[in-house]
Design a protein around this ligand. Structure first.
Ligand code: NDP
Length: 237
């Protein structure tokens, strides 16, 4: 059955790969990011017809509210929600300005909470599925990423709690926790150095995360789960 899928952070990287996979599976996709041109470019590149782009900053409550009003009015009820919008401002805690800490939490954690809250309005009556994109560092921590890992660990707790709240209304909520994936976010890393810590010996590709997200969206009896897609990084060497 074709559904309306909304992908926050769908303009590039992991979100764009999820949008691509959703479109291939026959779903109509709304691609959302702050940069409208990039969102349009992503929506236009998707397989099939009727995909649309929208500009919205997930850290701003009013923008999230208006985005969902627009979606409801012009596209209908949301069946799938994917929260891939995220950013990192990595530094040791004492060197991280409070504004960067706030921005990280507001985008990665509060942003996903706001989009879930808005999407639930229609999902509670019609059912649906949500996938939040967390991170392996939310599970195991990482020096230099205190705010980022706090945002992702928070997203895990949120995912499990919301899964319990809405399970009886046929809404499922799961989280994919990627390891090191080749996107803009990791472009500045020394790949050789980091690869030594990954049992599979390589970075992942956005498409490999998208497959896991799609599995969770389509698995009718799975909720409240955290699925690591990290080439074994969590296990350690
Ligand atoms: P990218 O930087 O490639 O993409 C991030 C996406 O989020 C873009 O579409 C960006 O668009 C959007 N975005 C950022 N801030 C906002 C905002 N305030 N409002 C709306 N959209 C926003 O990163 P990745 O694809 O790598 O990351 C996707 C998710 O995966 C993130 O949550 C990240 O934390 C997580 N992740 C990534 C890993 C990796 O190794 N790459 C590892 C673990 C987790 P725009 O800038 O136009 O708003």
């Amino acid at each position: 059955m074709s559904r309306l899928a909304v992908v926050f952070g769908g303009s590039q990287g992991i979100g764009r790969a999820v949008a691509r996979r959703l479109a291939i599976r026959g779903h109509k996709v709304v691609v959302v990011s702050r940069n409208m041109e990039a969102a349009q470019d992503s929506a236009a590149s998707l397989y099939g017809e009727g995909h649309v782009a929208l500009s919205c900053d997930v850290s701003k409550e009013q923008e999230v509210k208006s985005a969902f009003e627009t979606i409801q009015k012009s596209c209908g009820s949301v069946g799938y929600l994917v929260n891939a919008a995220g950013l990192n401002r990595d530094a040791l805690l004492l060197r991280t300005p409070p504004d960067d800490i706030a921005m990280t939490l507001q985008t990665n954690l509060l942003g996903s909470i706001l989009t879930c809250r808005a999407a639930l309005r229609s999902m509670l009556s019609q059912g649906g599925a949500i996938v939040n994109i967390g991170s392996v560092v939310g599970v195991k921590g990482n020096a230099g990423q205190c705010a980022y890992s706090a945002s992702k660990a928070g997203l895990e707790g949120f995912t499990r709690s919301l899964a319990k709240e809405v399970a009886g209304r046929n809404v499922r909520v799961n989280l994919v926790a990627p390891g090191l994936i080749r996107t803009r976010m990791t472009a500045g890393l020394d790949e050789m150095e980091w690869t030594r810590r990954i049992p599979m010996g390589r970075f992942g590709e956005p498409e490999e995360v998208a497959r896991a997200a799609m599995f969770l969206l389509e698995s009718p009896y799975v909720t409240g789960q955290v699925l690591l897609v990290d080439g074994g990084l969590r296990l350690g060497m």
